[in-house]
Each structure stands twice: as C-alpha cells, then as structure tokens.
Design a protein around this ligand. Structure first.
Ligand SMILES: [Zn+2]
Length: 550
C-alpha cells in the first residue's frame, strides 16, 4: 500500500499547507502498511482469550502486556519515563438490581421499572445514592450555550431538584441550519454534556429522555451500557460534584410522567425548540434509591515514543482506545464482547503505524507518540485522564490522529472526516485522500455526533486539533448504497454486541488505505513548518486548554 504523488506538485496546486522547501530533500515516505501484522493483531486482541478487554479485568492485563511487548519488539521507547504505562485511577460503581424510581403527583404515583422504563445510576463513589421528594423540572434540552444565545436554565433555580432533559439539540430537532449546527449534533447535544451542565446548575438528579433517533442508539444499548458495573475516573472528592442520580427514561415512560404532570411530551418538546423557552416545573416529586458497591482500581494507558530528529519536543500523537465491554455472564452462549472492529482494528492500526514509522528513514523532524487509551467505552476516560495529566505537553502537541472502528470492506472512492470543518489538518487528509484517488464525502450520520463519542473529542476539547477520518460508504466495486447497507448491518447486528468478532474472510483493504492515509498525514505534520490550526468557526477554538492563542 503505497501513496504515490508529489507533495510539492500538490502544494503548487494550492492543496497543501506549509512550505515544501523544507521537505524537498525528503525521500518518498515509507507507507507500507503490513496487512499480515494488522490481521494478527486484530485476531489476537479480539480473541476470547482477551475476554473483551474490559478495564480492571484479566482482559486488561493481557491487552496491556501484549501492547507493551509489541511496542518493545518494534524498538519504540517507553513513553512515560522508564514505563510504557500511564496509571489511570478508576472507580467501578455497580448498582444493585432493584434500583427504584417513583414519581409522585397530585394524581398519584408512577413507579418506573428498572431496565424496562428507566436505567439510573450514580457516579458518586458511595454505597448509596438517592433522591428524596426532589422536584421535577423539565429544562428542555438542558443547554447553556452563550455562543448560540441559548439558556434553558434562565430564570430557574434547580438546586436540589431533578431535571428532565431532551436528547440532542434544537438544531437536530428542527434541521434548521441556523439553529445550533442544523442536523449535525453540536457539543451541546451530547448526553454527557447535559449531565455535566445539570450538576453545574446544582441539580441532584438528571433524567434524560431516550429517543433512538436523537441519541443515535436504541434502548437496548441503554440497557446493556448503563446497567451493571459503571466505570468513571476516580477523583479526590469521590465525584461529589456530580448529581446524585443520573439516568435515562424510556420515551413511553417519559410520556407517562408528562401526563401525570398534566403535560404533553410532544407539546412541551416543541416549546423547548424556541429561544426564550422557560423551564417548566412539573409539580411532581421524584424518589429514587440505588445501592452501590464501589471498587477503586488502577487502569492503564499504554504509551510509546519514537523520537524525532530535529524537533524532538514537539509531538504528533496517534491514539486508539484498547478497551471494550468485557463479558456478560448473564448472556447465553458466546457472551464475550470481543470488539474486533471496535476497537481491535484501531489498536492494530496503531501498532502497524508504529512499525511504519520505525522503518521510515530518515526519521521525521517531530516525535511520534503512540497512545493506546483505556476506558473509552464508559466515556472516554483514558483520553480525558491523559489531557488532564499529559505526559507530553498539550501546547507542544501538534495534532492527534484518532483511530476508532476502522472500516471493513474493499477500497472506497471517498473518505469521511467526522465533524469536518474544525481545523486545517483536514487539508492534509484531503490531499492524501486525493493521492489515493479518493474525495471527501459528507459524514453519513452527523446527527449521531460520532466525533464526540471518540477519543479525538477529549483532545479537541482540550485545545489540540484532532482528526477522526475513515473510508466512506462509496465502495469502488459496489457503490454507496451497498456501503450504507453494510454500515447499517454492522450497527444493527454487531456494534457493541458479542458478534463483533474477527474473521479471516474480512476484506481489510479499506482499513489499510486509511492507515496509509493516517501515516501520510502524521508524517506530513511531523515535517510541516507550523502546527495545524483551528478554523475560525470551530467550536473547539474557544477551549484551548493548551494555552496557545488561536
Ligand atoms: Zn470505539
């Protein structure tokens, strides 16, 4: 898999950024992506032996040992002093079955069944969490966004109360391009933002109304993801800053709650679409009880380092999450969530890229960092911890290239850049794609906000331009309709299910193309005169924790 083309010709065509003078002495980059190694890593990481790679389980120990061994074999240096590992303190909170949630109003009480009508949990490290006669307030989308002149909490004090919140954002609901980001999910549409905002407002409870389309996942995913042991980062205050009870309510159950308040969910939801919407006190009280068992443990980010030649203290970071969902003994038959596509492919890609950079002579100007992060599935925990405790200063990190859930299948005519329009590193991707005969295509499901659901988001949110791109749906042999059917089939039948398994029948040409592209983009940034920059209208431009002026 070799990228052909002349960077300087492309630069002359105005397709590339930065000067080519510094690069003209470079030999063509080695972009051989090793298919045999890729398949070997995927099959190993996705084998039953690795038990679904859940943090804090024997599957983690095997995964981390495998990654360290592979990085060492390739000749990379430990990324964290003498160690390939960055410890990530985590807490596992497991709600006992039988968690209760009751809503009481003038017309009586509604009890919601755990699992069927609602799934609640607590992020606080305490044996018990509860709501006691907490007033319910419908806060629409639960968004405070000055940049969109939006404040669902205006004029209401929710301290000690429980907020009821719609999924996604008003732009999604109206598809009006002038409202938030139109049909594409914004930063404020994510469920995790809403939970954080509710806590900032002082709410003790936050109940998110589930909607399969608006959230991008079905109720079955809520049931499998938010029940059982929940992982969060450990904090000194035991996460006392979070709401006591967080949860999802199934839509029919939500209708019932609104009816108990003499309200109509659909009518109230439409009211929430307009600026000037006022939160609605529902005249209902919520009572909830959760008994939790709490376990503290240490998980690991794995980090390997390949020093640059001239700008050793500036970094290009490749990132992929190594974790997946573990196993569920309650399921009959094969009950290991092998996570072959999600994300053994990304981690195998990380190892393959490391191999390609080790073989590249001469080495790049900037250093290359390979970061396999933990805890992405429970909420991007490993990458979040890394940006809070960076090993390599974020201000010296030029870019993060995120590998998550590589595409299975033949070559494509297109490349999808997720949440496109953020930074000019996308121009590097566009140019590299062109050399492969590919064009950039629109994100197939922008309403799902996949960029915010992958580790790139942790870095972007901390101010580091982060790219997440992969082969699109336009299969060269079978076209976009077939490609779309393949994606839908994966989402429906394998995504976050035990059936996400490796097979030697896999056509991995698309993944190899994407790795060649990632190699080329990273190598290019590693030689470029300046760091990639945020575009002026990017939502991440304002949140530059790495402390450089935009
Ligand atoms: Zn993933």
């Amino acid at each position: 898999m070799r990228i052909r083309g002349d960077w300087c010709t492309l630069a002359a065509m105005g397709l590339l950024l930065g000067g080519c003078a510094a690069n003209s002495k470079l030999p063509p980059p080695s972009t051989d992506i090793d298919e045999t190694a890729f398949r070997m890593h995927v099959s190993k990481l996705a084998s039953d032996d690795f038990e679904g790679r859940k943090p804090g389980t024997p599957g983690e120990a095997k995964t981390v040992a495998y990654l360290v061994e592979q990085f060492r074999k390739l000749g990379l240096k430990p990324g964290n002093g003498e160690s390939f590992v960055q410890q990530v303190p985590m807490v596992e909170i497991r709600a006992a079955t039988g968690a209760t949630l009751t809503v009481t109003g003038a017309r009586g009480a509604v009890s919601l069944a755990y699992g069927r009508d609602m799934v609640i949990w607590s992020a606080r490290s305490a044996p018990q969490a509860e709501l006691r006669h907490s007033d319910l307030v419908f806060v629409g989308y639960g968004i405070v966004a000055p940049e969109y002149e939006w404040n669902d909490y205006a004029g209401i004090d929710v301290r000690g109360k429980t907020v009821v919140v719609l999924a996604n954002d008003p732009g999604y609901a109206t598809r009006d391009p002038k409202v938030f980001r139109g049909g594409a999910m914004s930063y404020f549409g994510r469920w995790s933002y809403k939970v954080e905002e509710a806590a900032r407002q002082g709410a003790v409870g936050v109940l998110l109304i589930h909607d399969g389309e608006a959230t991008g996942f079905g109720w079955n995913v809520v049931q499998s993801t938010w029940t059982g042991a929940q992982l969060t980062l450990a904090s000194v205050d035991g996460n006392a800053g979070r709401a006591a009870v967080e949860g999802w309510i199934q839509k029919d159950a939500a209708r019932g709650i609104f009816a108990a308040a003499g309200l109509d969910l659909a009518v109230s939801s439409s009211a929430a679409l307009h600026t000037g919407f006022k939160a609605i006190p529902m005249g209902l009280k919520a009572d909830a009880l959760l008994n939790d068992s709490v376990r503290q443990f240490s998980s690991s980010n794995v980090v390997a380092f390949w020093p640059g030649s001239r700008r050793k203290t500036e970094y290009v970071v490749y990132a992929a999450h190594w974790d997946h969902l573990g196993r569920d003994p309650a399921l009959p038959g094969h009950n290991i969530f092998n996570g072959a596509v999600d994300n053994a492919t990304g981690v195998a890609g990380l190892l393959d890229l490391a191999q390609s950079f080790v073989r590249t002579k001469p080495v790049a100007d900037r250093s290359i960092v390979f970061l396999a992060v933990t805890g992405a599935e429970p909420g991007l925990l490993g990458s979040q911890y890394y940006v809070q405790n960076p090993i390599f200063p974020l201000r010296d990190t030029a870019v993060v290239l995120d590998l998550d859930t590589l595409r299975n299948g033949g070559p494509t005519r297109d490349l999808t850049i997720f949440d496109a329009g953020n930074s000019d590193v996308e121009e590097f991707a566009r140019a590299s794609a062109l050399l492969q005969g590919r064009e950039i295509s629109a994100e197939p499901t922008p309403e799902q906000g996949l960029y915010y659901r992958s580790d790139c988001f942790s870095f972007a949110n901390a101010g580091v331009p982060a790219l997440y791109a992969k082969g699109g749906l336009d299969d060269t042999a079978r076209g976009p309709v077939w490609g779309r059917a393949q994606l839908d089939d994966y989402m429906l039948h394998r995504y976050r299910q035990p059936s996400d398994q490796y097979s030697a029948d896999w056509d991995v040409r698309s993944a190899l193309d994407d790795l060649a592209l990632y190699y080329s983009v990273g190598n290019r940034v590693a030689h470029a005169r300046r760091f990639p920059r945020w575009n002026p209208n990017s939502e991440f431009r304002v949140s530059r924790a790495r402390g450089v002026a935009p």
